[in-house]
Design a protein around this ligand. Structure first.
Ligand SMILES: [Mn+2]
Length: 426
């Protein structure tokens, strides 16, 4: 649970980043049509959620900043029994006044007039350039005249970079659920099962435990399917002797988890699978051990690429000198992606990797990032020794950077070969 005080503190921090004499407008997400008149389940705009914790549509946050002081205003849907009969009850202005630590709460119907009036004495306008709500369009019309426009997304994303203890606590709660689902999957007999059946087991546990399965679409990729990086069809049969790559994490109270495990269909790794798996696991553990404040993500990338390249030469997947192979980026064919990404309210948390001046931002306490090396060896690649072809492996954990070093938030999810094989037989 995140306290109202913490949201108020975030708004104050944002206000401190704004130019004097400015208005900032942040709108809730608009509902999205799936088809004809049916909508996708509603999900709040991540930045709006970060600053308010409010999950209703048709809402807006406005910050007015003078020379130094600032006021915050929240606009919400008014109570309307007729509308609420169809769409469920809304908080309404009166209750919102009690709940939110803002200077005033108004009905959303008054937003445009409010912006019109408040803009008269201001010179700087902040809003999310990616939003196109009616209120934003209104601001765009105004700002064509004599306002300087700023993208509000940027300063909020900078705030979201380092997570607070209460945010970490939510990620940890989600991780408990994600762990249960991965361990459950390891205990199931899977030969002959369809990939979507295994996917359903994950979604069942996520939903049963009060989380959502749509932080991202679960990947259940048997055998060669694991070599398609964003494989989400999940419609093939799991065959004995194959590995299954499962990339699945729930979203709990708006916070994502993002975990990949690669497990054998029949409960035992073959010798060839063991060789590949041990290589990826060794890289993953080495990279995690390097994480502490001040380290650059690009250095983690370099070490992972070098270690995977060395391993591939050792196993006969690549031939030649490691130095030359790295220089020619030959290893990229089998490890084409990044070592990891930020995670938070979004699974790929859209926080900056570089400063405004384009310099890489080093790791800092409170950042959460995934570490996910992989090896992808397609079945039709004749250059790969036959025993390795058609195998895709990724191991992914979620890491919190701490003052002293790091904490692996998913350390309890089995990844050692013996642990996985033991879970199968339990
Ligand atoms: Mn990931």
């Amino acid at each position: 649970m995140i306290q109202e005080k913490e949201y108020a503190k975030r708004r104050a921090r944002l206000a401190s980043l704004l130019q004097p004499n400015s208005i900032a407008l942040l709108c809730s997400a608009e509902p999205k049509i799936r088809s004809n008149d049916t909508e996708y389940p509603y999900r709040q705009n991540s930045n709006f959620y970060y600053l308010t914790g409010f999950t209703e549509p048709d809402a807006a946050l406005v910050i007015i900043k003078g020379k130094k002081s600032f006021q915050t205003y929240l606009f919400v849907q008014p109570k309307d029994p007729q509308k609420e009969l169809w769409n469920g009850s809304v908080l309404g202005v009166k209750k919102a006044k009690k709940r939110f630590l803002v200077d005033a709460v108004h009905s959303i119907e008054h937003l445009e007039a409010f912006l019109q009036k408040e803009s008269e004495a201001r010179s700087e306008f902040y809003y999310e350039f990616a939003q196109s709500t009616k209120a934003v369009q209104k601001v765009q019309q105004l700002s064509q005249k004599s306002y300087t426009r700023h993208n509000l997304t940027k300063p909020i994303e900078r705030l979201r970079l380092q997570k607070s203890p209460s945010e970490i606590a939510l990620i940890k709660k989600g991780m408990e659920i994600t762990k249960e689902a991965h361990h459950h999957a390891m205990q199931l007999a899977k030969e002959g099962m369809m990939e979507y059946e295994l996917q359903a087991e994950f979604e069942y546990i996520f939903t049963k435990r009060g989380a959502y399965s749509d932080a991202y679409t679960t990947i259940v990729a048997g055998g060669n399917n694991a070599n398609t990086l964003h494989y989400i069809k999940n419609d093939q049969k799991l065959e004995a002797g194959e590995l299954i790559l499962i990339d699945a994490g729930c979203e709990y109270s708006y916070y994502a988890t993002d975990i990949t495990r690669t497990i054998p269909v029949s409960g035992k790794f073959s010798d060839a699978q063991r060789e590949l798996y041990s290589l990826v696991l060794d890289v993953e553990k080495t990279i995690i051990s390097m994480i502490k404040p001040g380290v650059m993500r690009s250095d983690l990338q370099k070490v992972a690429e070098r270690m995977l390249c060395e391993g591939m030469v050792r196993l006969g997947i690549l031939q030649g000198s490691v130095k030359k192979l790295l220089k020619k980026k030959k290893h990229k064919k089998y490890f084409p992606h990044g070592i990891g990404h930020y995670m938070g309210i979004d699974v790929h948390d859209s926080c900056p990797y570089k400063t405004k001046k384009g310099k890489e931002i080093p790791l800092k306490p409170g950042m959460v990032l995934t570490i996910e090396p992989g090896l992808y060896l397609p079945k039709d690649d004749k250059k790969i020794p036959k025993k390795y072809r058609g195998t895709g492996i990724r191991i992914e954990d979620d890491i919190l950077v701490t003052k002293e070093g790091c904490e692996n938030l998913s350390a309890d999810i089995a990844k050692e070969i013996e642990e996985i094989e033991t879970l199968y037989s339990s």
